[in-house]
Design a protein around this ligand. Structure first.
Ligand SMILES: Nc1nc2c(ncn2[C@@H]2O[C@H](COP(=O)(O)OP(=O)(O)O)[C@@H](O)[C@H]2O)c(=O)[nH]1
Ligand SMILES: [Mg+2]
Length: 385
């Protein structure tokens, strides 16, 4: 058989505790591969406690040699995530056409010939088996799981500007050369999303398929993977489609400064508490309201210094400038406190809103307006920077 690059594929199959599925899926894949195609299946197993790795080894020993189909297994020491397992498989792959699929029959092997066909027909670099285009579907998922997938998809599309309908698909195929030279974070599950964001000018084609929930074994999707998803979206957002590598988006600057400002604010509460307590107890035994005044002054001062140096990265400590900044900062803090008081009163008294909710809304409003005022007027920064 002619083994030119057109008719060679490498199928990457990550496994973790798939003892009930792995042999069946290998045989099903084998039956689905067109006879003119040479395929290598690469299983990437993370030392599955249920013995998936050993089952594959035994299967390989007894398997009769086939001319157009080989199987290999990579044993990794411990569970290290789906995306990184796929990348390990890709590193080992001998073909330029890579197909990535799960081992639990959620991704029907019958779609593989359609993927191979799509490469030829549409001259594309990436083929995504899609649940969310016409003809695609999901079977067997709970409403909650469907909703989670939809939300994750919307975040990817709106937040990262990804154009395709199913960027969260785990079933896809690509030409290996499109990821040459790219560095992957490979956090969690979603390698496809990272490929979509990090590659430039590639030709993508979606083809429909029906995702079927697994019949055997259990899903490895857990809260850590959901958190990893948010982390990876944030990383991709920060470093994704920007003009030069060192340039960050304004929104990233703005949000990270707001986060620092609020962190400093929270630390101020601690300072306020400690100083107020110190002055009423052992140290001076002041009247508690007087002690609280010291607490307030101390926390405004530490907040000011931390925000100047850390939040707004202003290292100019010339006396005039610092004093004038300190004056404005204290003024805004006091106004903020009044705004907060007024708002709590207004929400509780006029709208009958529960006190805790009113308090949280008032603190958030005061903190945010304080941030804006100080950014613009005290530290003289552009608002959106
Ligand atoms: N090697 C490896 N495979 C994994 C890991 N996590 C999940 N998988 C495999 O990735 C595929 C998808 O995982 P699954 O639990 O079915 O997730 P779900 O389909 O989103 O519920 C399955 O073939 C799993 O065995 C991992 O950490 N390492
Ligand atoms: Mg699954």
């Amino acid at each position: 058989m002619k083994n030119n690059s057109e008719n060679q594929i490498s199928i990457i199959i990550p496994t973790y505790n798939e003892s009930t599925n792995i042999v069946k899926i290998l045989e099903s894949i084998f039956q689905s591969i067109p006879k003119n195609i040479f395929a290598e299946a690469i299983i990437v197993d993370d030392n599955s406690p249920d013995g998936t790795g050993k089952i594959v080894e035994d299967y390989l020993k007894n398997m009769k040699k086939m001319t157009n189909y080989t199987i290999e297994i990579i044993h990794r020491k411990a569970k290290s995530g789906l995306a990184s397992a796929i990348l390990n498989g890709v590193q080992k792959a001998k073909s330029n056409t890579i197909i990535v699929m799960d081992s639990d029959f959620s991704h029907p092997p019958q779609i593989i010939p359609k993927m191979i066909e799509a490469f030829k027909q549409y001259q594309c670099d990436l083929v995504v088996a899609s649940r969310y285009i016409t003809g695609g579907n999901i079977q067997g998922w709970t409403t909650k799981r469907k909703l989670m997938s939809k939300i994750a998809t919307i975040i990817a599309k709106k937040g990262l500007g990804v154009k395709i309908k199913d960027p969260m698909s785990g079933f896809f195929a690509f030409k290996k050369n499109i990821i040459n030279g790219l560095n992957f974070d490979a956090l969690g599950y979603k390698l496809l999303l990272e490929i979509l964001v990090k590659t430039k000018g590639i030709n993508v084609k979606e083809i429909p398929y029906t995702f079927e929930n697994r019949k055997f074994g259990s899903s490895k999707l857990d809260s850590k993977i959901i958190i990893d998803y948010f982390k990876s979206v944030w990383k991709l957002y920060k470093n994704g489609k920007i003009k030069t590598p060192n340039e960050k988006r304004n929104s990233v600057h703005f949000l990270s400064k707001a986060a620092r400002f609020f962190t400093v604010g929270a630390s101020g509460l601690g300072v306020n508490y400690i100083i107020s307590m110190l002055f009423t107890s052992g140290l001076t035994e002041l009247w508690y309201l007087h002690a609280n005044i010291f607490g307030i002054i101390a926390s405004i001062s530490t907040n000011f210094i931390l925000n100047k140096v850390w939040t707004f990265e202003d290292r100019d400590f010339s006396r005039r400038k610092t004093l004038s900044q300190y004056g404005k900062f204290s003024l805004f803090s006091s106004v903020g406190a009044l705004v907060q008081l007024g708002m709590v009163f207004w929400l509780v008294d006029s709208y009958d809103i529960a006190y805790p909710l009113a308090l949280i809304s008032a603190i958030a409003t005061a903190a945010f307006s304080n941030f804006i005022l100080n950014k613009k007027l005290t530290f003289k920064e552009k608002l959106w920077s």
